[in-house]
Design a protein around this ligand. Structure first.
Ligand SMILES: [Zn+2]
Length: 286
């Protein structure tokens, strides 16, 4: 039996409507082998990174995890931990989380979300600008690729890229924003190559999930209820993910649920996950 492994790549603030006109060969490869489908952010969830990423990695919604904005104080992550913490702490698996947004990884702004993965790589942006974040993401991708390709026993990993969102906030959704999405796709490609180059690649079976947290208004910005802000997406491939019919009614909470399923773990009822594995979802009718 091959060893199941999971990589989740989170790219902040990528608009679904722009993907068809951009050069994103690595995302396309995942979509072609599996699916890329829209996520309608739950109506009770602010279209902000804090609540959306927390839902994605815990598998429960805001009413449970209690993260309603980008200040994470008062959260209930102790009861509803992220998958890297749950898998390492309760399932004896090895997990990895990497990225540059402080409250996801450090005890800042009421964080961290990733409380206790087996391995953590936090790399601070030099400054909160598109350039600072571009360099930060490249360092994150380099470091994550180094660790993933090393053959270290890592059952589930999460890698966060933030420059796309930062670029939209500073420069709106124009040429720089589009270019940032294409850069993130190249960094995704680095991670996919790292996985393929692992010494034990032949005895491993990888599930790769790529996900964004929210969209952006044309002028840059989110948090409101417009369709552009409320539309996110998930792309995934791996065992049990059909390439023909993308799942309908995808939700952010499905990501963590699918991570558990891909590793062969049946969630304890007490986890009260709100998401479901992708392959249990109703296929879209053509
Ligand atoms: Zn943002």
């Amino acid at each position: 039996m091959p060893t199941p492994r999971v990589l989740v790549v989170g790219i902040d603030g990528v608009r679904l409507d722009l993907l068809p006109v951009l050069e994103t060969p690595n995302l396309d490869e995942i979509a072609n082998a599996g699916f890329l489908a829209p996520v309608h952010i739950d109506d009770d969830t602010p279209t902000m990174s804090g609540p959306c990423w927390t839902t994605i990695v815990t598998g429960v919604g805001v009413a449970k995890h209690g993260v309603w904005g980008n200040n994470f104080s008062g959260n209930r992550l102790g009861v509803f931990p992220d998958f890297t913490t749950r898998l390492a702490g309760e399932q004896g698996l090895r997990t990895f989380a990497a990225g540059g947004w402080e409250p996801l990884f450090l005890a800042r702004q009421g964080g961290p979300v990733f409380a206790a993965p087996s391995r953590l790589a936090y790399i601070a942006p030099r400054e909160d600008t598109p350039q600072g974040w571009d360099e930060c993401d490249q360092s994150v991708a380099d470091e994550a690729a180094r660790i993933l390709s090393s053959g270290e026993d890592l059952d589930a990993s999460f890698v966060y890229l933030g420059a796309v969102d930062e670029t939209a906030h500073f420069l709106a959704c124009g040429a720089e924003y589009r270019s940032a999405i294409e850069t993130a796709d190249r960094q995704l490609g680095q991670l996919l190559t790292a996985v393929r180059e692992r010494p034990d690649a032949g005895s491993e079976e990888w599930t790769v999930i790529v996900v964004t947290d929210h969209g952006h208004r044309d002028e840059g910005g989110h948090g409101g209820r417009s369709t552009l802000e409320r539309t996110a997406w998930i792309a995934a491939n791996g065992p049990g993910i059909a390439s023909t019919t993308p799942p309908d009614s995808l939700r952010h909470a499905d990501v963590a649920a699918h991570v558990y399923a891909a590793l062969g773990i049946t969630p304890d009822l007490h986890w009260t996950l709100d998401g479901r594995p992708f392959h249990s979802l109703t296929p879209q009718t053509a």
